[in-house]
Design a binder for this molecule. Sequence first.
Ligand code: TXA
Ligand code: MG
Length: 315
Amino acid sequence: MNSEHIKRAARALNEGALVAFPTETVYGLGADAENPQAVARIYSVKGRPADHPLIVHLSSGEQVTYWAEDIPDFASKLAKAFWPGPMTLILNRTDKAKDFITGGQDTVGVRVPHDEVALALLSEFAELGGRGVAAPSANKFGKVSPTTASAVREELADSLGSEDIILEGAQSHVGIESTIIDCTSEAPRILRPGAITSSMIEEVTGLKLNLNGPAVRVSGSLESHYAPRAAVVLDQEPQAGEGMIALSNMPTPPGVVRLAAPGTTAEYANQLYSALRQADELGLNHVVAFTPTGDEMSLAILDRLQRASSPSRHQ
Ligand code: TXA
Ligand code: MG
């Protein structure tokens, strides 16, 4: 990615346009987090309900204090250990984090992504005086998050304007969205599981996780999300003509279309969304996914698979 492209994209953000950009989790659709009109366009392009809060992306942890206050010690430890990386912290907001970012909640989500293009964009934007880039995953609401620039084009090209930009980058290395950690109570609480796992969080903070259910809205916590057009079922015998996603040690029955055969759970996360997209490209009506077990990444994958397979998505 050449630096002229990045500079042009940073200027576009500054002028109120939208910029889709790669991150290590999934691609994001970014806008200046202080520009209400630009942020409103994110919602209309995605078809997302307006009361769902957005994550503010920063080029470094030092920018957090503009957006958040009363930051507990354990949150600082997490930031130091895992940023840049696939982790979003939910913190008490300052008056700079307006309702159009937080969905009217008293908290704000912040993250420093680990991706060369994303960090270059965020730094250039900061050079221009920008404070942060609000960015949800660059998919239509409820659909599968994109992990490549071409998947972003498929999802959004028709809805973007000529002033908007889609930045090219690597395939997202992690492949599923960041771990979201609520840091507004005595102990960290996971609102969305991801590659930063419970044991990593407990080890770094020295605290036991707060296991109470989330009291805040997380759109990824709606029952139906991350869903392709094809119907996804879990852990059933696939029939000829159906798609199949499973770890590589599971053989493919005759006539079944193998969409992914990852060797590890990290590879499973990395391949999952592109496999679901491929199912739709191939026009498959059914996909059987075998849920991995045995490690903490499996829990994050299971979370996404359960939502992708939720029957309510046909409503
Ligand atoms: O990996 C990721 O987090 C990606 C990349 C682009 O950074 N972003 C992402 O954004 O997944 P989105 O909008 O698709 O999902 C963010 C989730 C939403 O479910 C939202 O409700 C939740 O974060 N969220 C944001 N701010 C919040 C807050 N203040 N309190 C609770 N949940 C919040
Ligand atoms: Mg999303």
